[in-house]
Design a protein around this ligand. Structure first.
Ligand SMILES: C[S@@+](CC[C@H](N)C(=O)[O-])C[C@H]1O[C@@H](n2cnc3c(N)ncnc32)[C@H](O)[C@@H]1O
Length: 241
């Protein structure tokens, strides 16, 4: 993932997609802004945050942390387990978590999202992106130690159960659902990752289709996708009477 992060078409598209979905909902970004990229790995999907403001990068994997801070000056690495988020309440303007809740290390994703809500400032955002399509299990899930894929309804529910207001929930990479279903059948029982293969995305074709899908997602939320995304906002407490 460290090697593929910069050049693989999926990571490039995902950075652009996340920025498109999240940035309009962020307040002013300045020197007081602090983001959290939780389970952020090498920063392959969250580095755009670190390039705009100071961003704490929580991850268990030292190789990934080292790569991220070497590439992006805005990252501050914290080697930690996100099952026990080590930060103070109301610390972050936004928390991003991409394909970490699905991991075998995380038996209770809701408890982790509750923690994300705790460390988010009132008015701040929590953005989750996870593998979608519960039946779309394939070799890539084995290699990446994935324990579960999520439905869009589950993503919405995690946001709301954590006490956040749902800003947006959408599927993404819907055009990859049919090929993923076929690959699931072909690769049954084998562990083969998508990360090292087809980096160019059929010589740019998949990147172009992803761009067209982003234009659609800008206007409407998709009911399914190979990825599912949910964004919540922490309510600002009203005056007590
Ligand atoms: C599939 S990678 C995704 C990395 C990054 N978010 C991205 O989109 O490129 C999952 C990352 O989550 C981290 N991770 C998963 N569970 C974790 C936990 N409980 N505590 C810390 N890191 C965790 C892994 O070490 C890995 O770097």
């Amino acid at each position: 993932m460290v090697a593929a992060g910069e050049r693989h078409w999926w990571y490039q598209s995902t950075r652009t997609l996340l920025e498109m979905l999240i940035a309009p909902h962020l307040g002013r970004v300045d020197e007081s802004t602090l983001f959290l990229d939780a389970g952020g790995g090498s920063g392959a999907t969250g580095s755009w945050l670190a390039d705009s403001a100071l961003t704490v990068l929580d991850d268990f994997e030292p190789v990934a942390l080292k790569a991220a801070i070497g590439e992006h000056a805005g990252y501050r690495a914290v080697r930690t387990d996100i099952n026990r988020v080590p930060h103070r309440a109301e610390s972050f303007d936004a928390v991003l978590c991409v394909t970490a809740l699905c991991h075998r290390m995380n038996p209770n994703p809701q408890a982790i999202v509750d923690e994300f809500a705790r460390v988010t400032k009132p008015g701040g955002l929590v953005c989750l992106m996870e593998p979608g399509g519960k039946r779309l299990w394939r070799g890539h899930d084995e290699v990446t130690h994935t324990a579960r894929r999520f439905s869009l309804a589950e993503m919405r529910s995690m946001i709301r159960t954590a006490g956040l207001e749902l800003v947006r929930a959408t599927g993404a990479y819907s055009f990859l659902v049919p090929p993923a279903a076929v690959m699931g059948l072909v690769e049954r029982g084998r562990d083969k990752s998508d990360v090292g293969r087809n980096e160019t995305g059929l010589h740019g074709v998949l990147g172009q289709v992803a761009r067209a899908e982003r234009a659609l997602i800008r206007k409407v939320s998709l009911p399914f996708g190979l990825s599912v995304i949910a964004i919540g906002r922490k309510p600002i407490a009203g005056p007590t009477s």
